[in-house]
Design a protein. Structure first.
Length: 303
């Protein structure tokens, strides 16, 4: 009987142990999607243990296939060109900030598993007047079939949370919402002063809607500050870039659980005037990780 009691005491922690999985949302437009080349990643930033990603299928407003996807172990290839039909993920030859973000988060939280939920689409704006043919994140915008980019985002989150065993270890996961990473604004900086001046209000509403969608009102938010390559005939790619930058800075000043990444101003660009080179995305992921970690520590102290 004594031996049986000892066996039971040893078994109980195993039966009731749940592995914490920290969940981060990655969203925005093309510089969140990512245009880095997989070949430029160092080997220690290519393979991970206990890091998973659900990337929602990126589609225009009105397309009913937005947000479908499947959980997978994080590997290079979730940048631009990534495709999924919800059953198979087709990786591309590009990566975004998710690679070095995950690497750094595993260093900061070595005992936790990490899960990323990603939905991003090139050229998209928050303001419907700046959507053009790219897409709009305004939840009130009624595009074709009544579907917009925020709807695609919500569907991505919903589909991601349907899975109760992300790591496939036979146990239900303890999912801990830990942060939102947002890299967007170029679309709203491309038009006129009125659209750019509305960016602060639109950003504030959208970030709070995203927080509400995962039932965490004060969830840490980290914003990537947009930058300008100056690589066009006018020497300024985003006509209203400074106004959107000001709005982004205003958002983090007024939100106690938000931070901003300013290192983007020193990044080089790739083969076009809009997207960072591989080194930029490598640094961007590290910067996002360090900032969201700082917010998480303060956020969890309050609980």
């Amino acid at each position: 009987m004594k031996n049986l009691k000892i066996f039971f005491l040893l078994l109980v922690p195993t039966l009731f142990y749940t592995q914490k999985i920290r969940v981060f949302i990655l969203a925005g437009q093309s510089n969140m999607n990512g245009f880095g080349y997989n070949k430029d990643l160092q080997n220690d930033s290519k393979t991970f243990k206990d890091v998973y990603i659900f990337q929602g299928n990126s589609v225009p407003d009105g397309d009913k296939n937005g947000g479908i996807g499947k959980w997978d172990v994080l590997k290079p290839g979730n940048g631009t060109g990534f495709k999924t039909d919800g059953k198979t993920n087709a990786l591309s030859d590009r990566f975004g900030l998710e690679m070095t973000f995950a690497k750094r988060m595993k260093e900061l939280f070595p005992n936790d598993k990490i899960a990323l939920i990603k939905y991003a689409r090139e050229g998209t704006s928050i303001d419907s007047l700046a959507a053009a043919n790219f897409g709009c994140w305004d939840s009130n915008f009624s595009g074709k079939n009544g579907l917009n980019q925020y709807d695609n985002f919500l569907k991505t989150v919903k589909n991601a949370f349907i899975e109760k065993d992300i790591d496939k270890n036979g146990k239900a996961d303890e999912l801990v919402m830990s942060g939102i990473l947002w890299m967007q604004g170029e679309g709203d900086a491309s038009y006129n002063e009125e659209i750019a001046n509305n960016y602060y209000d639109h950003l504030k509403i959208l970030m709070n809607q995203m927080r509400a969608s995962v039932l965490t009102d004060d969830l840490p938010v980290v914003i990537g500050k947009i930058s300008d390559s100056g690589k066009n005939e006018k020497g300024k790619v985003w006509p209203m870039g400074e106004l959107v930058q000001y709005a982004q800075e205003k958002f983090v000043r007024n939100d106690k659980n938000a931070a901003i990444i300013r290192s983007t101003q020193k990044y080089n660009y790739g083969n076009d005037p809009w997207h960072y080179d591989s080194a930029g995305y490598i640094d961007l992921g590290k910067q996002f990780a360090d900032e969201v970690f700082r917010l998480i520590i303060n956020f969890e102290k309050k609980d």
